[in-house]
Design a protein around this ligand. Structure first.
Ligand code: ZN
Ligand code: ZN
Length: 164
């Protein structure tokens, strides 16, 4: 659907610390910050047979798959399924009732698996969207997330401790 050979990267630039969003070709070797034009190079081996295995910004190897479509859209689809099938049921259209429920479940499924997945870096929260080759990436893992959260907390403690 969106796999036209381009991906979308959303990141916080490590040089000017501004949020940035870029469309770049898949398997590109470097991206440039649109604000300060700093060049961020993908680490060697970041692309392994078309799959991204390392973050370009930080460059961690821990990335997870995240559901990435507006929560409200998913809720709206489910609500639409319930409301429309209830109306169909009320008027005695049994097949239509199940048809509507099934259609909305299918739409929800498609939103989840086709449209809405982003690869996210645990450490710096960079988002990679519309990326080909998402198979084999792990979903969010709380332990890994905790590890990075604690690492970040230790780092900021140390910075606070050494600050004048
Ligand atoms: Zn920048
Ligand atoms: Zn990162």
């Amino acid at each position: 659907m969106h796999y036209d050979g381009h991906m979308n990267v959303t990141f916080g630039c490590p040089h000017c610390e501004q949020p940035a969003r870029l469309d770049v070709p898949d398997a590109t070797q470097a991206i440039a910050c649109p604000h300060c034009h700093a060049k961020l190079r993908f680490p060697p081996g970041a692309w392994s047979s078309g799959r991204l295995t390392r973050c370009v910004v930080c460059p961690s190897t821990d990335l997870f798959l995240r559901k990435d479509f507006p929560q409200s859209l998913g809720v709206a689809v489910v609500a639409l399924g319930i409301v429309s099938s209830t109306i169909a049921y009320y008027f005695g259209h049994i097949y239509l009732t199940y048809g509507l429920l099934f259609a909305c479940a299918a739409i929800d499924f498609v939103l989840y698996y086709v449209v809405g997945q982003a690869l996210v870096c645990y450490r710096c929260q960079t988002h990679y969207r519309m990326l080909a080759g998402l198979d084999g990436h792990a979903p969010f893992n709380l332990e890994t997330h905790e590890r990075y959260r604690q690492e970040a907390a230790r780092l900021s403690d140390r910075q606070n401790a050494t600050a004048p």
